[in-house]
Design a protein around this ligand. Sequence first.
Ligand code: EPZ
Length: 417
Amino acid sequence: MSRFIINGGNELHGSVKIQGAKNAVLPLFAASILTEDKVIIENVPNLIDVHNMSQILMALGVEVVRYGNLAEISATKLKSHEIHNKLAKELRSSIFLLGSILARQQYAKVAYPGGCDIGLRPIDIHIKGLRELNVRIVERAGYIYCDATKMHGAEINLDYPSVGATENVMLAAVRAKGNTIIRNAACEPEILDLQNFLNAMGAKISGAGTSTIKIEGVEVLNGTTYQAMPDRIVAGTFAIAVAMAGGEVKLTSARAGDLNSLLSKLNKTSCHIAFDNDTITIKAKENRYAVENIATQPYPGFPTDLQAPMMALQAVSDGICIMTENVFENRFRHVNELKKMGADITTHGRTAVIKGVPRLTGSEVDAQDLRGGAALVLAGLNAQGTTTINDIFHIDRGYENLEGALKSIGADITRVQ
Ligand code: EPZ
């Protein structure tokens, strides 16, 4: 299994282009099957999750051709409406294909995606929202059987602003008869990217980015060419890397507006930050101070996907940070790995108390999940000595060529097969 070897202590200087957003591109791929025309999506990162989504689409009879960071998707010959167990388990976020398969095929049979490293990941909110669109759903023997022959628009109140459930309902409703209103919708920027993409295909959606989304059902959607938004979590990860390693780095193709909750905290405690419409410049301050309280929330609150990288920073910040993970129930699996590197962290349920130490110590650690693995890379950049990170396939799910980008700005990091 591949691993990273990092010799800590190098400052980071230079510029990094931020990749396209994994969590925008995955729903855009799902939305691409809503038309029989060819769709071109630009700024597609080369990631394991995107590859798995492509495999699932091709198993449905969709043509997916990749040219570097561009994808051409043609669902002219969409022939199946089934997502089998193996594929659904490999990419649990394939569940929001359910909405687009129903909109196009009227029927769907999708294996339960099941839980993952960070939690049980139930889909009750997805199911409830689709049922409110009058989709008939039977759950049997690990599969979800759906009949959308009588699907129609509806007023839907989500019990929780679930990102995936919001996307699933949007994808089903966009071609449903009548109008749909989604209340308590997720407000993440990736939802707005999906709205912009669907409207470029001829949909009539408004309100994405707020908690109320309005969808006017249309008969037909057309092909389009669309550039996916930059990955705010990858940009945030690099910003935290600079805070931990020191130096000054310009993040290009990065939208500061998507990262207000992180950048405001970094600005107060560890970095000087400047930005314009598509770059963010991060300059580490001499001293790093703890952020006293961090609680993850749905957007625009502090993002759960940056909880682990931020914990690594707090582990080497002067003072005490109380961090609460409100979104997922099992997202502290990086704590024990950080403690192997000398971090002083105690957890009580969903709360972690982090007492900053001056510097971490290189060690052999294991990535447990995507963002926790990224946190260990950041810790290695700061640590005294050499850090070996095993199971880096987790990291490759969401970060394109992480070691190459870090090396280009001065980090001493090597991938070893
Ligand atoms: C999306 O996951 C992202 N994934 C996650 O990113 C991200 O952490 C999450 O949104 C929150 O921002 C993609 O977009 C592919 P949710 P999703 O539905 O849609 C509970 C990463 O690292 N819930 O908003 O699954 C759920 O268990 C990944 O890139 C239900 O109870 O997130 C969780 O506790 C990790 N029932 C909370 O809601 C449901 O039907 C938030 O989940 C759905 C969700």
